[in-house]
Design a protein around this ligand. Structure first.
Ligand SMILES: Cc1cc2nc3c(=O)[nH]c(=O)nc-3n(C[C@H](O)[C@H](O)[C@H](O)COP(=O)(O)O)c2cc1C
Length: 171
């Protein structure tokens, strides 16, 4: 089996990370892979905000704790976040976002880095605290966020799980 297929079949969502930092060059490589994801009509409206700074990650976690009314929420204590954003009025933004995230997850996996989709921000794009945070990171004002990626080195090995989905095949 080739390495690409192995990466796809072995990828799992990782929710427990070690404290090892991810090299900037790896994060940049992962973002480059996101930029190579398909986007509808090559729209390229997306922007990727990478955060590897602990204080900024904690600040966002704190904002989400308040917005979710869940003081225990920790976003799995990641070492880095990649926040794709796209134009608010762009109809296919959510589809482009999913393609970019999958490239991020697979690229990360191929580098031995764990990752997981974080879906909580999308419901709070107009919350003042989240918007102020995105403004601070220079996310374009006409952009919104759907899913984001939390990343870090996995604490444990996760084995591939049996998939229950079905398919039909006509020859
Ligand atoms: C649209 C979408 C939203 C998701 N949101 C979250 C999330 O907010 N938090 C989380 O821990 N996992 C999230 N996940 C990850 C799924 O729970 C995970 O992919 C699924 O359980 C299958 O496990 P696997 O990724 O290990 O194959 C999301 C996945 C997708 C596709």
């Amino acid at each position: 089996m080739n390495e690409t297929i192995q990466t796809i079949l072995n990828r799992r969502s990782v929710r427990q990370f070690t404290q090892e930092k991810i090299a900037k060059s790896d994060l940049e490589l992962i973002v480059d892979c996101a930029l190579h994801a398909p986007s509808a009509m090559k729209s390229d409206y997306w922007h990727f905000t990478v955060i590897s700074n602990d204080e900024l990650i904690k600040e966002l976690v704190g904002i989400m704790q308040d917005l979710l009314c869940k003081p225990e929420y920790d976003m799995y204590k990641p070492q880095a976040l990649i926040i794709p954003s796209t134009k608010r009025d762009y109809r296919l933004g959510v589809d482009d976002n999913a393609c970019a995230l999958e490239n991020i997850f697979l690229a990360a996996k191929s580098l031995g880095i764990g990752s997981v989709w974080i879906n909580q921000l999308r419901d709070f794009n107009d919350a003042d605290a989240l918007r102020a945070f995105l403004d601070k990171l220079m996310v374009p004002k006409d952009h919104i966020v759907y899913g984001i990626a939390a990343l870090g080195y996995p604490k444990n090995d996760l084995s591939p799980i049996k998939r229950e989905g079905t398919y039909s095949y006509f020859e």
